[in-house]
Design a protein around this ligand. Structure first.
Ligand SMILES: Cc1cc2nc3c(=O)[nH]c(=O)nc-3n(C[C@H](O)[C@H](O)[C@H](O)COP(=O)(O)O)c2cc1C
Length: 422
């Protein structure tokens, strides 16, 4: 439900050149209906997708397209527009405009106003899924966040080009709700993890058999990296400890430690952790349960007439249980990827390893398993917390990561209240 009490909020809506620009016309209409005063500026690219006349008719105001427009300079030039805005919303934000904003370029009206305004800036990226996942686009978004811009995460689903994945502009009703929430809070969303330290494990560990072979699994580290980005965006100081399988670039602002085996991962975790309530350990890595007892120093040769080979495996350390035991004051977040009886297994692990919360997903569903861009999870909380569980329905891993950070925020808030009452 939309709030209808947005009287007098001056919203400057910037539309850039994306296929979803048509949704911005509906967005403008919804914002006006909610009581906002909306002015529109458009890039040349945007004008290829939707006409300024449409937006002028919907808003009742001239639409601004040119930086060097003599008529506009007499009325509302770029500085006046920048000063007029209580909030600048860039929706859709093309990859091109995001890159310009990240570089501080000012070569058209939208990029110049974005630099000139002191109003908060909400950026709603929308593009093809491969473009959205490109490391340069992700780094540019991280840069925007570093400079205080706020990102409205794209939705996942079928795209105009026929691809499936993350990059769709959210529906105008959803966008409108996000914008109105922002306006009514009259401030940036609070940084949930400000002054917190987060240590995350991600990807698969690799257990050598001999100098050229190893035992590992299909984990790609995508969920761990999405969480690392979400934690940085929530204000945390993040270290990610990454198994060798991971091919992902390191997001800006994150300390990355590469490891191979489970033993190496445990050592790195012990070194990165601190035993206090401001430290959060998130174990997303798929750690090998067993390792080879006697790793061969030379490549194991195929032997004629020998049809089988037996490897003796011994248990690896349980990283989450060990960290939980060694750092009892820190907040412990476990992950469980299961293929059956997911809930019982997760609840057992929550208690046995003394965790604050555990997120469990059913990886037998291929559309949310290893390597996929989407996920769906149920989060169970330890019994001292008010909530028993939260169901996070299928969404992009970035979106799920944001919701998981909100769950960690609940744990922190509960702990803070409990401490105050003492
Ligand atoms: C049919 C078509 C659809 C496009 N859709 C998008 C899109 O959804 N997102 C995006 O970032 N770029 C998209 N582009 C590319 C941009 O329009 C292009 O990068 C342009 O330079 C953006 O300029 P602007 O940022 O100044 O608006 C599309 C291009 C075409 C031809």
């Amino acid at each position: 439900m939309l709030s209808l009490s947005m009287k007098n909020a001056n919203i400057l809506l910037a539309i850039t050149g994306g296929i979803s620009a048509y949704k911005s016309a509906i967005l403008a209409r919804l914002l006006i209906k909610a009581g906002c005063d909306v002015r529109v500026m458009m890039t040349d690219g945007a004008c290829e997708f939707i006409t300024p006349l449409t937006l002028q008719a919907l808003t009742g105001h001239e639409v601004h397209t040119d930086l060097l427009d003599e008529t506009a300079e007499r009325g509302m030039g770029h500085i006046e527009l920048a000063k007029w805005a209580d909030l600048l919303v860039i929706a859709p934000a093309s990859a091109n405009t995001i890159a310009k904003l990240a570089m501080g370029l000012a070569d058209n009206l939208v990029s110049t106003v974005a630099l000139a305004t002191t109003a908060p800036i909400l950026v709603a990226p929308a593009m093809n899924q491969a473009m959205y996942h490109h490391a340069i686009v992700q780094n540019n978004l991280d840069t925007l966040i570093k400079f205080g811009h706020h990102i409205i995460m794209p939705a996942s689903g079928e795209q105009a080009c026929g691809d499936m994945g993350v990059g769709r502009l959210p529906e105008p009703e959803d966008l409108c709700e996000r914008i109105l929430d922002f306006v009514s809070s009259k401030q940036s969303p609070p940084l949930l993890l400000a002054d917190k330290k987060v240590v995350i494990t991600a990807g698969a560990t690799v257990e050598p058999i001999d100098p050229v072979r190893f035992l590992s699994n299909h984990s790609t580290g995508k969920m761990g990296f999405a969480l690392a980005r979400a934690c940085v965006r929530a204000g945390a100081d993040v270290t990610i400890i990454v198994g060798k399988s991971v091919q992902l670039p390191t997001p800006i602002g994150i300390t990355r430690l590469n490891v191979g085996t489970a033993d190496e991962m445990l050592t790195a975790c012990q070194g990165a952790m601190t035993d206090d309530g401001d430290t959060i350990f998130i174990a997303t890595a798929a750690v090998a349960d067993y390792k080879v007892a006697n790793v061969a120093t030379q490549k194991i040769k195929k032997v004629d007439g020998q049809d089988s080979l037996t490897l003796e495996l011994i248990k690896n350390p349980d990283i989450l249980a060990t960290i939980s035991q060694n750092f009892p004051h820190a907040i412990m977040v476990g992950f469980a990827a299961e293929t059956f009886d997911t809930e019982n297994y997760a609840k057992g692990k929550l208690v046995a390893k003394n965790l604050d919360m555990i997120a469990v997903n059913d990886v037998s569903d291929q559309s949310i398993g290893f390597g996929s861009d989407d996920n769906a999870m149920t989060v169970f909380f330890a019994k001292q917390y008010e909530q028993d569980k939260v169901v996070l329905s299928k969404a992009s891993k970035d979106n799920i990561a944001q919701q998981l950070v909100a769950c960690v925020g609940q744990v922190l808030a509960h702990r803070a209240t409990a401490q105050d009452e003492r």
